[in-house]
Ligand binder design. Sequence first.
Ligand SMILES: [Zn+2]
Length: 148
Amino acid sequence: MDCCAPTNRVGTMKTNCPNCGQNGRRVPLITLKSLLKPAALATLEPDRDYAFCPNPSCETVYFAWDGSLTFAVGDLKVPVFQKDSDMDVPVCYCFDWTRERIERAVRNGGEPLQEIKAHVQAGRCGCEVNNPQGACCMGNVAEFIFDR
Ligand SMILES: [Zn+2]
């Protein structure tokens, strides 16, 4: 396979969670490799494509495209923002902005969104290896701030 060939697998394609039926977004394999606990990682089939289930009421975090393999919240080393409403759960994983820290900063007149945006623009964030959704947290941060 030509590694530089354009692929339609990344990003926009959607598939349904075998547990709850919700649309999942494709996540890079490196996200699973960096966030799965050793016992779960030991069952990973690296030649499959994986998606992330964002449904808050579903235990499944990752599933293989064909639905044959799933990983649940307990299989990850970190709590999953979409599936855990605790205040000490990170919204921005790279720079450790938990709900509580954002809440406190905004109350004190801070602008965590601008701060995070500056790091993103400077190329410092590593969402694909830190954030369980495998993608940038900015949307979640903005939503959390404005929906508080
Ligand atoms: Zn699900």
